[in-house]
Design a binder for this molecule. Sequence first.
Ligand code: FES
Length: 163
Amino acid sequence: MSCKCNCGENHKDEKMEKILSKYEKDKSNLIQILNEVQESYGYIPKQAQLDISEYLDIPMAEIYGVITFYSRFSLEPKGKYNVAVCLGTACYVKGSEKILDKLKEKLGIDVGQTTPDGKFSIESTRCIGACGLAPVFTINGEVYGKATPELLEKVIEEYKTKE
Ligand code: FES
């Protein structure tokens, strides 16, 4: 990412420099680099996409395509409360898609997006190892099992009143 020194030059920030320096300038490293950026920043900032594009000599459109293809990558910072609905097989069979639909409707955003006030974001996940409680969703890692759209609504309402 650009530095804030106003020198007019496009200095990459240190974190980004460090990530890129670990990898050869080889296109096959794209996913690995994106994984690290996602982990480090919590999303893939636009400037990081530009830096990667330049480093690996890959067009921005291609990088954007990869980011949007994989649900684990997001283009926006996560909300204060990240709500993740498990779409693993056990949860899916027990209706987790209905929970996800309700969540999207309730927050007015899609998977990978964050509400304009920065409070909530939605993620879909693979099995999180709590199949016995299927279907499950989590909020900042706290698991809600045997979930229903009604339970989700209630929990979201509670979080809405939280700071
Ligand atoms: S499939 Fe959802 S926790 Fe395993």
